[in-house]
Design a protein around this ligand. Structure first.
Ligand code: SF4
Length: 382
């Protein structure tokens, strides 16, 4: 199996943010964290045996949750275990998601020296009041302090996740966030619209009428502002929600967008092992106890049909601004995307949402703003 990327889920956080529906738990003891790391190692080994890995990993991504909630000793121990047991490309991207305020110099140095070469900070906003509303643990000062430490220990590839469409946010506030991020000379910025999910405190407030849906037009203007601001300041908009300086596109996520095989470890983690998509169930206790017994953790596996694989290849690939290479599609599936998706292509072309150019199908500028309409067409057209 040509697995190119490994995702490791660390489901621990200091506190739960008001909008968060990710699988993460607060108040975890040291003992639980140790047991969890041991379980991850066992899951890694079970998969290694099962998968017969044919290629070196090009990316390892520790995501969460907040991986930096763990002690650096535990994180590094896990990384070294992976390094000792998996074939890894020299120069592979090794990323850790971190939250401002959950790192110190020693922890960052330890990670850097162990081979971590990309940090992704969950910044979201520079506005103290907004951060408070979101339930984030960090302050604007923490952002600057954590970023400075990352640079000091030697990180040269740093991402900030930023969020727009926050309750009560106006265009000016979002502009200030962008300006402050730009002042820091980052390599990568991800910019997401806040989604209110059921079962979260924000979801509850919305049901009670205390929180309103964010205005669509304002959200679109915020998206356009990020597009133009970041574009004018040395960032290339390379994926619907992602901007990078040249050469700093996130390699891990590119593997997802190119629907290449990847392995996910941890409760709630997804794997794509063609033709199967596998999801580990999100119950931490049963994840650990099954692995402690030497068994695979509970998961759901779905065998994807050829039409589904082709649809996924289109709507994931179209997220990238370079688009989907028709020749690659043909080599992979033995079919021309234009004859597999004639209706979707005709409809999106006629609305000016996509273009066919130099052997690629890609979003137009308009399509970029209305991406979901395009992705839906390819989802249901075969
Ligand atoms: S830090 Fe991230 S994963 Fe943790 S609770 Fe907040 S949004 Fe969720």
């Amino acid at each position: 199996m040509k697995v190119e990327a490994l995702y490791v889920h660390i489901p621990f956080c200091k506190v739960k943010c008001n909008y968060c529906d990710f699988l993460s738990f607060t108040g975890c003891t040291d003992e639980l964290q140790h047991r969890y790391i041991e379980a991850l190692k066992k899951e890694a080994l079970l998969n290694k045996k099962k998968l017969d890995l044919e290629v070196n990993l090009k990316s390892i991504f520790f995501g969460g949750g907040t991986p930096t909630c763990l002690s650096s000793g535990l994180l590094v121990q896990l990384l070294e275990f992976i390094q000792a047991n998996f074939p890894i490309d020299q120069g592979a991207e090794i990323s850790v998601e971190a939250n401002p305020g959950t790192v110190n110099k020693e922890k960052l140095r330890h990670l850097f020296e162990a081979g971590v070469n990309r940090l992704s900070f969950g910044v979201q906003s520079f506005n103290k009041e907004m951060l408070k509303k979101l339930g984030r643990v960090h302050s604007p000062e923490d952002i600057y302090a954590s970023y400075a430490l990352a640079r000091e220990v030697g990180f040269t590839n740093v991402n900030f996740d930023l969020m727009y469409g926050l309750p009560g946010q106006d265009l000016k506030d979002w502009e200030r966030t962008l300006i402050k991020a730009l002042e820091l000379n980052l390599e990568h910025i991800s910019s997401y619209q806040l989604k209110i999910e059921r079962g979260t405190p924000f979801g509850q407030q919305m049901e009670e009428g205390a929180l309103q849906e964010f205005d669509d037009e304002l959200a679109l203007n915020m998206y356009k502002l990020a597009d133009s601001y970041l574009g004018k300041n040395g960032f290339r908009h390379y994926e619907v929600a992602n901007f990078a300086k040249l050469g700093y596109e996130c390699r891990h996520n590119r593997i997802y967008w190119h629907t290449k095989p990847y392995l996910g470890l941890g409760p709630g983690a997804h794997s794509f092992l063609p033709p199967h998509r596998v999801e580990n169930l999100g119950v931490l206790s049963s994840y650990i106890s099954m692995l402690e017994k030497g068994d695979n953790p509970p998961s759901i596996s779905e065998e994807l049909t050829l039409p589904t694989l082709m649809s996924e290849t289109m709507f994931m690939g179209l997220r990238l601004l370079e688009g989907v290479n028709l020749n690659d599609f043909y080599c992979r599936f033995g079919q021309d995307a234009r004859s597999v998706f004639p209706r979707a292509i005709k409809k999106c072309l006629s609305k000016g949402l996509i273009e066919l150019n130099n052997g690629y199908i890609k979003l137009t500028h308009l399509g970029l703003y209305l991406g979901n309409l395009v992705f839906e067409e390819f989802l249901y057209d075969n």
